[in-house]
Design a protein. Sequence first.
Length: 95
Amino acid sequence: NLLKFAKAKGFALPAFNCTTSSSCNAVLEAAAKLGMPAYIQFSEGGSAFFCGKGVPNDKKQASILGAVAGAHFVRNVAPAYGIPVLVHSDHCAKK
């Protein structure tokens, strides 16, 4: 378990809220340069932005689509960076 490993080694594993593929790539690149795992999260608003501001979000459809798209993006791109990566797509407002 990655979180147990971090605790045992005495380092924090911050989660970075990403809103675009570019911000995901920045987190992955920085983590790879440091030789550390990455933790990427998607918030409700950030997920809607990831999906595209032209998609309606009155029923949270853009937020849901963006979180799924972001998670798929990270899952497919992360192996190229050669580091462990966690994705958290439940960082949303409770409304």
